[in-house]
Design a protein around this ligand. Structure first.
Ligand SMILES: Nc1ncnc2c1ncn2[C@@H]1O[C@H](COP(=O)(O)OP(=O)(O)OP(=O)(O)O)[C@@H](O)[C@H]1O
Length: 529
């Protein structure tokens, strides 16, 4: 991937010599075949340019020599651009008002992806100036051939746009920032603006997806999770999988792209390391695909939904409250709901049974000892008691208030989930624990917080008779009834009256996004408490 400053990664290019690959260890470095070689002006300097199979490399030419002729500047550094960072190529012509598109040829423009700080990607251009039509035509066709060779890159996308996300800016975000880049990359699009809650689900259930290479959803976590749920349901239906009985599920056929335009964007943040629209778009254009773990949430043997993370207790109640105050701005609503849920903080009496992931017997025993109420039965363990909050996360759940994630040790596809169980404590201690998410370490270093790495979990709340009151906490919401407990599944409010069974399905869905570099360790202030 190209850094903001081009090149400086390889030594001087010797004329006629094969170009070595600088990134591979010497033994493994195979000489790179040079496909084309020629002279272009780059950044107002005449350069000797070599197009290899993996990279474009160039070096400034010293213009005059006393003995005549020109040669590569021995002091000039070679610069390079990985071919996989090019996403479009066009012939560059002088603007002609009379005959647009047919002005004097100036050269070739490469549209490229630059990598900036903190996993951010940015689009940019590199001009190769040469006035010769024949010369440019040969290079232009070669670049086109190279671009056609990237098999993972999408050629047609189904776009789902939620006009209600966050402050209703997603339509503008898409047409101003995303669509121009997709067009430039030659990607065909078919856009549906969703008209009601659940529209994406019903659309993806029945629409023709042949001819598309991926589905892209522009919105927040609710929209992204709904699209993932819909694609996975469709895959099971197509494969004839019995959802309620089969533990082995089929992966979604098409990759899903996420353009973050919601209030929280935890999924996009976890995927790209940053909830940044152009970064998300560049990952889609370049065809960066990752397989990501997914959970199924079932109750009484019936699938509630597919999802990536969930909260029960404080997290569920806060969302139920936030839904009640939808007329407020997203940040006001979130802060207000947190404060109100804290004011009414109360524990849930629960039994939690879970299957530890790839844990040695020693570790299981150590964990069992730490929690006096646990009992170990094979790999299944059970803990009981009063819990203020229970989180289950298959992805790291990065967000502005938890820059390292609500589950910092979980990866997108490590085949396990984090179970974080917060037992009853005083309100000030609970707040201290919530605030610790904004720091970089010791988030879970509290005697009332237990963390487990698991594959499966059953959460069984005891009777609802004197605990949760739906009237107080958004009971008008269609999904929360008298006897249901509120769950926050990927930012969507769900109701479950009885035990919820959560099972991890490794790498069940493909999402557009690259692998992340080390996260920036800077402290971010928590703005909601
Ligand atoms: N036209 C629409 N009117 C009302 N609701 C819609 C419409 N289109 C989609 N939805 C629903 O809106 C819900 C929430 O949207 P989304 O997650 O995109 O935004 P958000 O709530 O602002 O962001 P976040 O979930 O990140 O906090 C989704 O579950 C989706 O089903």
């Amino acid at each position: 991937m190209l850094r903001r400053r081009l090149g400086s990664r390889v030594g001087a290019l010797e004329e006629g010599a094969p170009v070595g690959c600088p990134e591979l260890p010497k033994a493994a470095a195979e000489p790179e075949r040079v496909l084309l070689r020629g002279i272009f002006e780059i950044g107002r300097e005449s350069c000797d340019v070599a197009l290899g199979e993996r990279a474009l490399r160039w070096q400034r030419i010293r213009p005059e020599l006393p003995a005549g002729g020109a040669r590569c500047d021995p002091l000039g550094k070679e610069e390079s651009l990985d071919l996989e960072d090019i996403f479009s190529v066009k012939l560059k012509r002088r603007c002609s008002a009379k005959h647009p598109g047919s002005g004097t040829l100036l050269g070739i423009t490469l549209f490229i992806c630059l990598k900036e700080q903190q996993n951010k990607l940015k689009d940019s251009t590199l001009d190769l100036i040469n006035f010769s039509e024949d010369h440019c035509d040969i290079w232009f066709r070669q670049f086109k051939r190279i671009l056609e060779g990237f098999a993972n890159r999408p050629k047609a996308l189904k776009i789902l746009l939620n006009p209600q996300s966050h402050r209703k800016e997603s339509v503008q975000v898409y047409y101003e920032k995303v669509e121009p880049l997709l067009k430039l990359a030659g990607i065909k699009t078919d856009v549906t603006i969703t008209e009601y809650e659940g529209h994406a689900l019903s659309l993806l259930d029945e629409c023709e997806l042949r001819g598309f290479d991926g589905v892209v959803c522009v919105g927040g976590d609710g929209s992204a999770s709904e699209a993932a749920h819909a694609l996975l349901l469709r895959a099971q239906k197509n494969a004839g999988v019995e959802m309620d009985s089969s533990p082995t599920l089929t992966g979604a056929q098409l990759p899903l792209g996420l353009i973050p335009a919601g209030s929280t964007n935890v999924l996009a943040h976890s995927l790209f390391g940053i909830p940044h629209v152009v970064t998300a778009t560049m990952h889609i254009i370049l065809g960066h695909i990752q397989s990501v773990d997914v959970c199924t949430f079932s109750s009484a043997g019936k699938l509630l939904r597919f999802g990536f993370s969930a909260m029960f207790g404080f997290g569920g109640r806060t969302l139920a409250l936030a839904e009640k105050y939808r007329w407020m701005s997203p940040s006001q609503r979130r802060d207000f709901a947190v404060i109100k849920a804290l004011a009414k903080l109360k524990p849930e009496d629960c039994k939690i049974s879970f299957l530890l992931a790839g844990c040695s017997q020693d570790e299981q025993e150590r964990k069992a000892q730490r929690s006096p109420e646990s009992d170990c039965g094979g790999h299944w363990q059970t803990i009981r008691g009063q819990f203020l909050n229970i989180s289950i996360m298959a992805i790291p759940c990065l967000c502005s208030v938890a820059p390292r994630g609500l589950a910092p040790d979980t990866r997108l596809n490590n085949g396990s989930m984090a179970l974080i169980a917060v037992r009853n404590t005083t309100r000030p201690e609970f707040v201290k624990h919530l605030k610790s998410y904004s720091s970089v370490k010791n988030q879970f270093n509290f005697p009332f917080v237990e963390t487990y790495t698991i594959e499966e979990v059953k959460i069984h709340p005891k009777s609802n008779s004197n605990g949760y009151s739906p009237q107080e906490e958004g009971g008008h919401h269609a999904t929360v009834s008298e006897n249901g407990f509120p769950w926050n599944i990927d930012g969507d409010l769900m109701e479950a009256a009885s035990e919820v069974h959560i099972r991890l399905h490794p790498r069940l869905i493909k999402l557009y996004g690259g692998s992340l570099e080390e996260m920036n360790d800077s402290k971010v202030a928590c703005n909601c408490i």
